[in-house]
Design a protein around this ligand. Structure first.
Ligand SMILES: [Zn+2]
Length: 136
């Protein structure tokens, strides 16, 4: 792929996911997290982030919002990196529709008596790239 097309594609992907990225940065700032950039993704961790992730409906080691990954600590970010990068790619495809689509899948699955998290196609895709079973 020619370089200018790759740059244009990446610019569009970052722009398309930017509302969720801004939300992730805002949450990271409000929680007093430590920021680092890894392969074009902002990773944020800290005690406040860990507190919130531990209180989610499904307690998580990490969670992705656009091009931001919130993690409990640096180890959690390392362990979940491949999984969370799949979610970053999903945000790049779905943009602001990602969260509603994810939650809609969760709701429909739950109403059908299935696991809204484990059976969620977005999670199935993410788990397909790693062997983890305990991250979000
Ligand atoms: Zn996940």
């Amino acid at each position: 792929m020619p370089n200018f097309i790759r740059i244009a594609a990446r610019t569009i992907a970052y722009s398309w996911a930017s509302p969720n990225t801004i939300l992730g940065i805002t949450i990271g700032l409000l929680l007093g997290g430590r920021f680092q950039c890894v392969d074009g993704v902002i990773e944020i961790h800290g005690r406040g982030v860990a507190n919130v992730l531990g209180r989610l409906l499904v307690p998580a080691m990490a969670m992705t919002l656009g091009h931001v990954v919130l993690g409990r600590d640096p180890i959690s970010l390392n362990v979940t990196r491949n999984h969370e990068r799949v979610h970053v790619r999903q945000y790049e495809r779905w943009g602001i529709a990602f969260v509603p689509a994810y939650l809609a899948c969760w709701l429909v699955l739950s109403l059908r008596g299935r696991d809204g998290y484990r059976d969620n196609p977005f999670e199935i895709e993410a788990y397909a790239v790693d062997s983890l079973t305990t991250t979000k």
